[in-house]
Design a protein around this ligand. Structure first.
Ligand code: IPE
Ligand code: IPE
Ligand code: MG
Length: 250
């Protein structure tokens, strides 16, 4: 590898992001929370396209947690509407760019209309071979472990497995995103330093990056900064933001 060139091996294969701070971003401008959520969609778009250009294999974005149902009904309703709208407007672009969209989480609690949109978006992009974009919706890390345990228990009931066969690998095979590498880099925006029941199993060895930037302000430069930090954490190449940028431009 030449000094000026960054190897693609150094880039995290799987990035997960807790997209936080929409409400505070809006409030700081005297606007309603929903204004922040709407502006957050632009950051989602830019982050996906930057990650794809960097050669990331998968990106997982926390859009709605299993605890977010506790928010005021009006805000939950707005978020659901935004989800439907974003699916309609963004899927064509994702498909054109050969990206594969998957929704992880318990989607059974969503309206039929939203469930149909999700199924259609997943189906449209299912054979795409580029970066995988996972949207975590009504997702909880504890739920994920519980649903994996249920699937394994069923196999034991049916005599396909013995309880002594249950290893870490068997559980891992039943977790969401079992076909993807574990998360290398977890990012949380807005200055909060907690996991909020996002991925638990899959972040066992992730580097965790907290930034004070509110999600609607998280742009290409912000992702490059996080990836640069990750690469330096790894102490693989001691490279700079400019080198990562060069990766995108070349
Ligand atoms: C993240 O921003 C978006 C969702 C959780 C859906 P928030 O809405 O949590 O924004 P803050 O944390 O209140 O600023
Ligand atoms: C986590 O953010 C969920 C998403 C980003 C979708 P929250 O804003 O809901 O987390 P807490 O409640 O502050 O921990
Ligand atoms: Mg928040």
């Amino acid at each position: 590898m030449q000094n000026s060139q960054l190897s693609l091996d150094a880039v995290p294969k799987h990035i997960a992001i807790i997209m936080d701070g929409n409400g505070r971003w809006a409030k700081a401008q005297g606007k309603p929370r929903v204004f922040g959520h709407k502006n957050g969609v632009a950051s989602v778009r830019e982050t996906i396209s930057t990650a794809a250009k960097l050669g990331v294999q998968a990106i997982t974005l926390f859009a709605f947690s299993s605890e977010n149902w506790r928010r005021p009904e009006e805000e939950v309703g707005m978020l659901m509407e935004l989800f439907v709208t974003a699916l309609s407007t963004e899927v064509t672009k994702l498909h054109k760019n050969n990206l594969k969209l998957q929704v992880i989480g318990d989607t059974s609690r969503f309206s039929n209309r939203l469930q149909k949109k999700i199924a259609k978006a997943e189906q449209t992009t299912s054979t795409n071979t580029g970066m995988v974009v996972n949207i975590a919706a009504n997702y909880g890390g504890k739920w994920d472990i519980a649903q994996a345990a249920q699937q394994v228990a069923k196999k034991v009931e049916q005599g396909e497995l013995c309880s002594s066969d249950i290893t870490e690998n068997i559980l891992a095979e039943h977790m969401m995103m079992s076909d993807l590498p574990d998360v290398d880099l977890l990012i949380r925006t807005s200055g909060e330093c907690r996991i909020s029941n996002f991925l638990l199993w899959q972040i066992a060895y992730a580097e965790i990056y907290f930034t004070p930037v509110y999600w609607p302000d998280f742009k290409e430069e912000s992702l490059i900064e996080a990836v640069t930090w990750f690469i330096n954490r790894e102490r693989r190449f001691g490279c700079t933001g400019e080198q990562i940028k060069a990766l995108i431009e070349n």
